[in-house]
Design a protein. Sequence first.
Length: 438
Amino acid sequence: MEYLTKNTLSADYHCDLTGAKNTADVQVVVYTLGCKTNQYEGETLVKEFIKRGVSASDKMQVAQVYVINTCSVTCEADRKSRQFCRRASSLNPSAKIYVCGCSVKFGESNFAGATIIAGATQKEKIVDIVLKNHNLQSVLKDSKIVKDCVQVSNSSLRMARKYIKIQDGCDEFCKFCIIPYLRGRSKSRNIEEIVAEISDTKAHEIILTGINVTAFGKDNGTSLLQLVSKIDTTARIRLSSLGCSVIDEPLLKVMLDKNFCNHFHLSLQSGSNNVLSAMNRKYTTYQFASKVDMIRRIFGDNTCISTDIIVGYPTEQDCDHRETLQFAQQIGFGDAHLFKYSSRPHTAAAKLKPLPSNVVDGRFGELNQVVQKSKTKFLQGQINLTHQVCFENTNNGGVPQGFTRNYCKVESKYATKNSLQEVKILGIQGDILQCEII
């Protein structure tokens, strides 16, 4: 599962249905925290409100009703979820605030002033509950306005990137992870339903996401290979986080034929087999490395391999840390998300004695140096190459930014937002490639 640190929906679905000039004030705000799957679900809620005739947005702003779609992957994520409840209340003290998502199951008493709606597995109830409790539809008299806004919410205008959820839940029960207890068992969407949604999506890039994409099809007799084989779109495609076990030659060859990007986010968590076993991760470093070799052989050496690594798991010894350093050097990750282990209540690992914080900090610094070195090397390898970039957003300075097919961030003040453009890479500034438009 791949995590996001802020609200990053691929489009703003706000539509002013009241006819008011001040479109900053909407009826419902659905604010989402957490992973890409949560983002997809939050976006779906916004679209459903609009379809039901309610002005809605994913942007935190003044509104009559707030739905905070929470994340609980870490204690920090829980804290941020509560923080945004308070922020909503400060924007409009008279507003009604509802809470849903992963933080609900174990945090019912921690959202002061908010009404608990549903956990992660019952979000489909949210729109009905809100509309039952609030007379939000009464201002919507013009069916043409509603129809126009539904068209906007259904992506009638081409966007840059779009997440599509293909699966939910997880059966792995890694000892550090709370998600299976919150999301339930793995559940795959119907292939025909996914393919239809992909066909209807007018985006330059589509990201197939889920809580455990690796498990797709295991519950309904299908497979990720079958899904990939049936995809028919002109958009470029990438998968979110994968486990290495699903990687094989038939899948990779079909992905290559179907315009999948040469970027694979393979969740590692540790470069030590001892720690992987203690975490209940069901693969070895040898298996992980062999799948990386297979990917590079089929997709090419310029493929980005990114990953997640937890530093300082309670059973991690000095020798395990050294093995992780060596393994990271061996793989040469194009990018990596590093996390200092933090105990998550209600998980098996919560019973373990944590390592001293100074030990964890030291190991984190050493691994970060290794990862940054390999990332810089990978970025330097892009200089003078031609890339197709999906420009989607702007940074604080207003310069358009986007991603190459192999997931390098690029910026250019001459780029067009929400576009695919060919560029030549000229250099690097920080972790961002600089380019010229071809």
